[in-house]
Design a protein around this ligand. Structure first.
Ligand SMILES: C[S@@+](CC[C@H](N)C(=O)[O-])C[C@H]1O[C@@H](n2cnc3c(N)ncnc32)[C@H](O)[C@@H]1O
Length: 290
């Protein structure tokens, strides 16, 4: 692959998905795009680049973007955010939504579904009082292939053993041959949809809780700022955003500020410009997360 090819594919990926690919990660192109090269009967990665440059190659471009996404995930990933949700965020929002008895939650880069299913299990196991509420979990991703897997809700033994307590496996999954399928009552509760975080997200509506975890790390600073602003526009003024362990709003956006005592949880400030602001969460007393 030539330098011009690299510049072309890096620009295309950034424009279409936000993904930043630097020359030291060039090997990822070889490993992830190799199957597409073979599928289209091409001789090399350069030939694929030539195909992508042609007008009318939109389907192959989409296939390339999909293949370049990193979909690493697990049930109850990092455990701490899910403890915070269970002990602090969800109880506080239940109190605040007692009038409307409705909660909308968004898993904004849901990959193969482990994140929204973890949430659904927590709601079902720990908040029986929500059974008469209107609860909606919307789970989105840019990648159609991971969404297909998420909708199917079938996982290998290795996948279910990573991070999920055995009692939850027994309660919420049924064994199908060598695999485990999430039970229908949880699957039905999740609305899986394709959405690119770079696009207009207004059709998704507003949310009380947003999980946007382990995806901003792939973007450059302006893209992170832009996406945080867009998510703020979709988050209730007293709602909450959870980011991944290596992610923060610090230095990127004034649209959110950290909630006191809740690591990795942010509340919208109502600000889009660089002025110090406070989120709408205090003064409600929040139990410590751990
Ligand atoms: C590493 S996974 C994180 C999954 C899950 N949130 C977690 O923390 O375990 C990142 C996901 O972000 C998705 N993604 C990448 N760029 C995206 C974009 N522009 N819009 C929406 N999703 C995107 C990828 O397809 C991938 O499934």
């Amino acid at each position: 692959m030539t330098g011009a090819d690299f510049t072309f594919i890096a620009a295309m990926l950034k424009e279409r998905s936000g993904l930043i690919i630097t020359p030291d990660k060039g090997y990822l192109l070889e490993t992830r795009l190799g199957p597409i090269v073979r599928e289209h009967g091409l001789r090399s990665l350069s030939a694929l680049m030539d195909l992508l440059r042609q007008p009318g190659s939109d389907a192959v471009r989409a296939q390339v973007v999909d293949a370049m996404t990193t979909n690493e995930t697990s049930f109850f990933r990092d455990s701490h955010p899910f403890d915070t949700l269970r002990k602090s965020v969800i109880p506080t929002l239940i109190e605040r939504r007692a009038g409307t008895r409705a909660l909308r939650i968004w898993s904004a880069a849901c990959s193969t579904g482990q994140e929204p299913y973890s949430l659904a299990m927590i709601l079902k196991d720990h908040f029986p009082a929500l059974s008469g509420w209107k609860i909606e979990i919307v789970a989105t991703d840019i990648s159609p292939s991971v969404l297909d897997r998420a909708r199917e809700g079938v996982y290998s033994t290795f996948e279910v053993q990573r991070g999920m307590p055995i009692q939850m496996l027994v309660r919420h999954f049924e064994q199908v041959g060598e695999s485990w399928r999430i039970k229908d009552d949880l699957r039905r509760n999740i609305n899986f949809r394709r959405a690119n975080l770079l696009d207009d997200l207004s059709a998704l509506g507003g949310f009380d809780i947003v999980l946007c975890r382990n995806v901003l790390i792939y973007f450059d600073q302006p893209t992170k700022t832009r996406i945080l602003g867009a998510i703020a526009g979709r988050t209730a003024p007293d709602g909450a955003l959870l980011l991944g362990g290596a992610e923060s709003v610090f230095g990127l956006s004034e649209a959110f500020a950290g909630l006191p005592g809740l690591k990795g949880v942010y509340g919208p400030t109502g600000k889009t410009q660089s002025k110090p602001a406070k989120p709408a969460w205090p003064p409600l007393p929040l139990p410590a997360a751990s």
